[in-house]
Design a protein around this ligand. Structure first.
Ligand code: ATP
Length: 247
């Protein structure tokens, strides 16, 4: 399994205009922590992850990973692994190759790498699937392959954009446990976009709540879960103004 490695992620006064939507992020994600990134649909959660991964470039401000300015680096040059909603597998390449590309873009794989690929497939419940093509898998299985690819990359920062969304409830809960175990082992810095409040208590030590393109709350999970004073947070948690769960 990957050695322990992590790095803080900082967005320093980052501004971006996409269409008519303005984003302004000034926040830091702690090294080696799982931070849940939550908020209403369209608030800017995926945009924040895109700024960290380099798929969006800020109009101004600086993105730092592990104290290094990565603002001008391409996604492949940043010390990150990604599991996004569309899992970005190459449809003409088998799963072994798709995962192997995550380790080495020219597929110069050592015997240990080949073993790591098979182990990662086993870990996500797809043992023996090395020669299958992505098109022969269900959406949930493809998402698990994307997860396996992120596992073998051994990057200090892991960006997860609703990685459990396509999974049925049983599989979802086993993948949540897998993420918790892997975080324990690797100590990676994890940014997890989720719509499910249950993920906060199970996985996240901190929560960043995005509303209308900027950070509304940045707090330890327990403190965030007590912010019934904020209507958008109440709506996210499904809690009535009285503090009782909504019917
Ligand atoms: N390339 C773009 N051009 C114009 N507008 C964009 C672009 N990308 C995102 N937006 C807009 O920015 C806003 C934030 O989008 P984003 O995908 O970051 O939200 P989100 O919080 O991840 O939402 P969801 O939970 O629904 O996935 C949305 O209103 C979206 O339409």
């Amino acid at each position: 399994m990957p050695a322990k490695a992590s790095a803080s992620v900082r967005l320093d006064n980052v501004r971006l205009l996409l269409g008519k939507t303005r984003f302004h992020f000034d926040c830091e994600f702690r090294s080696a922590a799982i931070t849940a990134v939550v908020g209403p649909s369209g608030a800017g959660k995926s945009t924040l992850l895109n700024l960290v991964s380099g798929f969006e470039r800020p109009d101004s401000g600086v993105v730092q990973i592990g104290g290094t300015d990565v603002t001008r680096l391409a996604p492949a040059e940043r010390p990150i692994s990604l599991v996004f909603q569309d899992n970005n597998l190459f449809s003409h390449l088998d799963l072994f190759t798709n995962i192997g590309l995550g380790i080495h873009p020219a597929l110069r794989l050592q015997p240990a790498d080949r073993m790591a690929i098979s182990q990662a497939l086993e870990r996500v419940g797809l043992a023996g699937y090395e020669r299958r093509l992505p098109g022969s898998l269900s959406g949930g299985e493809r998402q698990r392959v994307a997860f396996a690819r992120a596992l073998v990359r051994r990057r200090p920062v892991l960006l997860l954009d609703e990685p459990f969304a396509a999974l049925d409830p049983g599989l979802r809960s086993s993948m949540v446990e897998l993420l918790a175990a892997l975080h324990e082992e690797t100590g990676a810095t994890v940014l997890l976009v989720t719509h499910d409040p249950r993920d906060l208590e199970r996985l996240a030590s901190r929560v960043v709540f995005i509303d209308a393109g900027s950070v509304l709350v940045d707090a330890p999970t327990a403190a965030f879960l007590a912010r019934f004073d904020l209507p958008p947070v109440r709506a996210f948690l499904g809690v009535a103004p009285s503090g009782e769960p909504s019917p």
